[in-house]
Each structure stands twice: as structure tokens, then as C-alpha cells.
Design a protein around this ligand. Sequence first.
Ligand SMILES: *Cc1c(COP(=O)(O)O)cnc(C)c1O
Length: 404
Amino acid sequence: MKFINNKLRIENAIIQNIAQRYNTPAYCYSYKQLKDNVNHFKKNFSSISPLICFAIKSNTNINLIKEIKKFGLGADVVSMGELMIALKAGINPKKIVFSGVGKTSKEINYAIDNKILLINAESKSEIKEIEKIAKIKKTQVQVGIRLNPNTDAKTLNQISTGKKENKFGVNDKIFYELVEYCKNSKNITLKCLSVHIGSQILDYKPYEKMLKVIGNVIKKAKFNFEYIDLGGGMGISYEKNTKKLNYKKYNLAIKKFLKGRKSKIIFEPGRSIIGNTAVLISKIIYIKRNNVKNFVIIDAAMNDLMRPALYGAVHQILPAIKKNKKSKRAYEFVGPICESTDKFTTIKNFQEVNEKDIIVIRDVGAYGMSLSSNYNLRPKPIEILIKGSKIKVIKKRQKHKDII
Ligand SMILES: *Cc1c(COP(=O)(O)O)cnc(C)c1O
């Protein structure tokens, strides 16, 4: 994404023109950025040749999942719907893992019937439920057990998942019990130890700590795991000058962990693959000034992009057309929804804007559209994929008649 002659572009497409042609709000993705992200991810871990399972929940657009499939990635799913869309996109079931604390028997049945690589169980009750269903089907099911390593991921509390107070996984004591249980089961084959300590992680040290915990647990469990699923969580730069995750150090820690072991590593990245591939294009409806603030009311809202309202996440905002005028202002960018949390961000030095100007909210590829809703009975936005000069609608804008 860059300005050429003051016009913001994604690849060769000019944002202002896309806004005019397709209307706003609109999610707009870059194919090249997606490809670069996948290649970077693969390169960073090439020395351990992992299985990379894209976390579908970060973006559920089938056309994007199809592109991701073409790059050779598998999928990490957390519901029957996500498993269905991964299969429909053509992802090989032997590259699909199923995570989540509350898989229903219907979901487990479906996963078993589709012979996916792993069901990563998160409780004693779930292991028993999987065993019961497998027994009825007279089959053997490959499972993983998700360990809660009690490791602080040093990220936002709302997206931390690996501490003992979080609902995810099982503690070491139950983990050992479940290993013994699986050893004695005719219908369950234990293949994997899985973890996932949180999202938007920028410090490699929590990962290092997590690997130490896993190493100790494996030693105590005296079990050879064919797979070690390290989850996802790799952070991206939402703000200028934030630190970047040191992939080299993470990779080194994994290599050290793997010494003397034969396990294959699985990753479940979502955000690091899709996060920075998209912008949300929006038009300024009104500008409203009071004694303390300049509110810029845009036509995108928390139903289109919930991260700021849900986690206090910050996304950068850029104008579609850079003005040469020097005057800058402080603006609070808000949506039209009747909630005070329907607010994107405050920027102190933004170029002076006018009503009907086009702006973009950056880095919305992950947990953007996938978290969107019809709150306030607002139709969901269109999704567009840019590939060089080609512009493709990958999901149509919802119409009022679709939701009323
Ligand atoms: C959400 C989730 C992921 C993906 O996390 P990112 O931060 O998007 O990489 C991976 N694994 C599990 C189990 C998850 O719940």
C-alpha cells in the first residue's frame, strides 16, 4: 500500500476509485501482501518444515481460503462451519486440525466422518465424548491434548489464552491423566500435544517459556508425540515503531526444543498471515465539532470492524488522497452506531478533512470481516481482492432484503 501522486493505492488499484465504483464501507485485500506473508512465514521456519494450518476464524472468506490453500497451507478450525468452509475451499482433511473448548457431539461426528488430521481436545469430558463416538463408528480417531502451559503471553488480557485462569486446555496434572487414558483406549490414538497461549504476541520470550514447559511435561508424560502443535499468535505491527516479533529467536528456541525428538511441528497462524493484507475503505458522512473534540463520523462502524470496541485495539487511519495543505487537526474517528464504544481511534495530527472524503482503516484482514455483525441492522460490507491491476469482488455487499 502506498501513495503515488498523493493517491493511496493497493497494488495498482487507486482506493478513491474503488470507493466510487463499489461504494463504502468496503474491505479491500492485497493478493501480493498475502503471498508475501505466507512466503515470509514459511521462510522463517523453513529449517523445521512445519505443517502450517491457517486459523480460519481470523478470516472466513472462501475465496481467500482458496488462495491460502493454493500456497499449500492447511487449516485450524474451531467450529463445524469453519470445518465445512475449509473442506469446501479444497483443503486436504489431512491438513486440518480442530481446536476449541466446546465441540458438540454433532461437530465431533462431522470431524470424524471427514477424517481430519487431529481433534485437539481440551478436557477429560471431551476425550470421553470423542471415544464414545469413535466406538459407535467402530473407528480410531487421532487426537491431540491441549495443554494450558500457564504462560503469560504478554499481550492484551482479552486475547491471552495460556494462563491458568483462562478456560483453554488442561493443566499438567490432568494432561498426564489423559495421556494414560488414551494409551488404554482402543478408539483414540494420541498423536499430538497442542498449545496456543494467545494472540498478537510480539515478544518471543513467552514462546521460549512455553517450549520449556512443554519440554518438561513431555519428559514427565514419557510419551512420544508425533506432532507438537504450537498454535499461532504471532503479532503484527498495527502502530508505527512498535517492536516486531523476533522469528529467528522463536525458530532457534524450537530447534533447541526439537533436539533429540522426532516430532513434527504444527503452527496455526491467523493474524500474521492475513492481518496486514486489508484496509477498510470508508467515507466521511459528517464532521461534528463541539467544545472539546472534532468528531469525524464515518460510514464504517463497530459492526464492520469490532476490534477497537471489543479489545480497545488501535488501527491506523489514512486518507485516500493526501492533501498538500499543511493544516493538521486532532480528530476522533467514530461510526454511526448507538454505542459510545463505536469509536475507532483519535489522531492528533491528521490532515484537514471534509465531509465525503474517503479514508481507510489499516490492517483489518484478521478478525475484521470475520467478527462483523448486523448490529443496528446494518448490512455487511463488500469484500474486494486486488491482484496487480485486477479487481475482483470476493463477497458481495449484503442487501437490506438479505437481513430483513
Ligand atoms: C485464534 C487461534 C489461533 C490463531 O491465532 P492468531 O493470533 O490469529 O495467529 C490459533 N490457534 C488457536 C487454537 C486459536 O484459538
